[in-house]
Design a protein around this ligand. Sequence first.
Ligand code: TXA
Ligand code: MG
Length: 329
Amino acid sequence: MTARTSDIEKAAAVLRAGGLVALPTETVYGLGADAENPAAVARVFEVKGRPPTHPLIVHIGGAEHLGDWAEDVPATARLLAERFWPGPLTLVLRRGRRVPLEATGGLETVALRVPDHPVALALLSAFGGGVAAPSANRFGSVSPTTADHVRAELGDAVDFVLDGGPCEVGVESTIVDATGDTPSVLRPGGVTREDLEAVLGRPLAVHSTSRVRVPGQHPSHYAPRARVVLVEPEKVVAEAEQAQELGHHVGVFLPPSLADAKVKAHAVVEVPASPAAYARGLYGFLRELDLQGCDLIVASLPVEEGLGLAIANRLRRAAGPRPSGTDTV
Ligand code: TXA
Ligand code: MG
């Protein structure tokens, strides 16, 4: 952890005063406000350019505070909280009285999580309340995984940036609807479906389209400026070179199976073979290709198991709706 005690005190004071603090978590950086201060929460929506009906995640200091923020917590939800908190798991539960409707976009449910990052936990402890925090990026764009990403994207719109170093997990938390007795995944993320199923002892549904509003599930979310095109791994090189010849500045996500391939493109990212390393690097790679001036990114989907499920979900969302007649996967 790189933040000092004085930084944490300062960040807590900013939150108490109704200001915005960018805070590190193990997944991505969050844009935090006092969850119980509707005016501060309203500023989060304004800075992000996010529609006010899209609910935020409330970050709390520990599973022992669950009862303060949620009501009628099912036994299954308690089990998941005990097993995975602190960690990259968000539980959607019935809204407790401490949570204003502004933070939930008007919903009677609330998304709660305890982040597994020493700086975030120190801030939550110093502040004492809940911190409503979406990812610290403009609505629809790539989430930040370093303090520099936040500064580059949000600049002076944030009152204080708490630097906790690069995020370890790199993709957002897994969101589980835990309001009923049969939980389901609303967004794949840092806790794998396999790990959740092992604890629950039964298969878990993953909803790609849910009845609740999950902006992460809309087309063109997590998107760099460059257009993202998804093809089968063995077509990545040919697709990239063809587009480059047509005058595009092409960035390539070279799959591990093609590690030594030579590609005539503007910029090449060698995708790490380990899903954990890929997840950690994903958003940084997308930002880097934007910085290098790419207007098109050619990538393929990883195997959709473990963290690969979350990575594939983000790449699909970044690519947006599929134009008909193309051979994207
Ligand atoms: O890892 C993460 O989850 C990061 C870090 C900062 O904690 N946060 C994050 O927040 O990804 P955000 O706002 O970018 O995504 C939160 C997602 C949104 O898709 C939102 O719709 C969903 O959580 N969500 C929040 N409250 C909900 C609710 N009551 N029901 C269903 N979905 C909800
Ligand atoms: Mg986000």
